[in-house]
Design a binder for this molecule. Structure first.
Ligand SMILES: Cc1cc2nc3c(=O)[nH]c(=O)nc-3n(C[C@H](O)[C@H](O)[C@H](O)COP(=O)(O)OP(=O)(O)OC[C@H]3O[C@@H](n4cnc5c(N)ncnc54)[C@H](O)[C@@H]3O)c2cc1C
Length: 269
């Protein structure tokens, strides 16, 4: 059996050098990777454990944006000041999973069933990747939609940039799952609105575990936000659900009803 090399760098620079020279798997919280290690299913000769890099655990606010280090755990974020993220992270798995699972790991390896990625989509989030040769920033929606934007060899996710809504903006995050704790979502429905007086000036809707990857329904959003086109928006939603979730009537119903109720709460209609 071939030996696996284990590295535990403590700085970003050291990690980027290792990533540039080694064929390595990255280990963050280990929720997904550790079972692979135990069952000897890793197909790379090295592991780079990034958990000791303190600068990847930091959360800072700058120019109205929240910068979140990819090593922040679900537990940490479930107690954070951003209510949307806090709620989404509190829905992940069970306490043991949340204590280990990192935001970076959730986005990069678990996006399909993630409860957090749709919430990040609501907040127009971006990902910053760094390699020895430079850094690039890509919108999360674009990252998910375009394969050529995905993480490249020797890159590390170093920052998740979130654009918070004004404090007290109403939001609704609904996870539909089987009863047992720690099960993945059948569907996660995330909605947020910006209210100006009696008017809703911005409304956003994102779904997780429904489509192959989480997505915002921007066309439906723009119809639902306008009182004159709201009925049309609900019809569009119905059509979208029938086309994209054919045969999954329970998911269609859960999404439609949740959106309808949220709009009643928001608009009192
Ligand atoms: C039993 C169970 C229940 C779960 N329930 C839920 C749930 O309810 N909701 C939900 O959303 N998720 C759920 N998950 C998924 C879980 O949230 C993710 O698996 C977790 O966030 C992965 O993070 P990690 O830090 O442990 O990743 P690791 O296992 O350490 O890493 C996995 C991979 O992520 C990549 N990676 C991680 N960090 C970086 C980085 N900074 N740069 C580049 N690549 C990186 C690497 O490719 C790495 O190999 C569940 C998982 C399990 C096992």
């Amino acid at each position: 059996m071939e030996q696996t090399h284990y590295y535990r760098p403590t700085t970003l620079e050291e990690t980027l050098h290792l990533l540039a020279t080694e064929q390595a798997s990255l280990l963050a919280g280990g929720v997904l990777l550790v079972p692979f290690i135990h069952s000897q299913r890793l197909n790379r000769p090295a592991i780079i454990d990034i958990s000791a890099i303190q600068e990847l655990r930091i959360q800072v606010e700058k120019d109205g944006k929240l910068h979140i280090g990819p090593l922040c755990t679900m537990t940490l974020l479930a107690n954070s000041q951003n209510p949307v993220l806090a709620k989404a992270c509190s829905l992940v798995g069970n306490l043991q999973i949340r204590n280990q699972a990192t935001l970076g790991g959730n986005i990069l390896s678990g996006a399909r069933y993630s409860d957090v990625v749709p919430a990040l989509l609501l907040l127009d989030s971006s990902l910053v990747f760094q390699s020895l040769w430079g850094s690039r920033t890509v919108g999360l929606a674009s990252y998910l939609a375009h394969k050529d934007q995905r993480i490249k060899k020797a890159e590390l996710l170093v920052d998740i940039i979130v654009t918070p809504f004004p404090p007290k903006s109403p939001f609704f995050i609904t996870k539909v799952a089987r009863k047992q704790a720690g099960t993945k979502a059948l569907v996660t429905i995330c909605q947020i609105a910006r209210q100006e007086g009696n008017r809703v000036s911005d409304y956003r809707l994102a779904l997780g575990s429904a489509t192959p990857l989480p997505a915002r329904l921007t066309e439906v959003e723009s119809l639902l936000v306008n009182p004159n086109t709201r009925k049309k928006g609900m019809l569009e939603l119905e059509t979208w659900l029938a086309e994209n979730l054919a045969g999954k009537e329970y998911k269609q119903r859960a999404i439609y009803t949740t959106v309808e109720r949220a709009l009643i709460d928001l608009l009192g209609e």
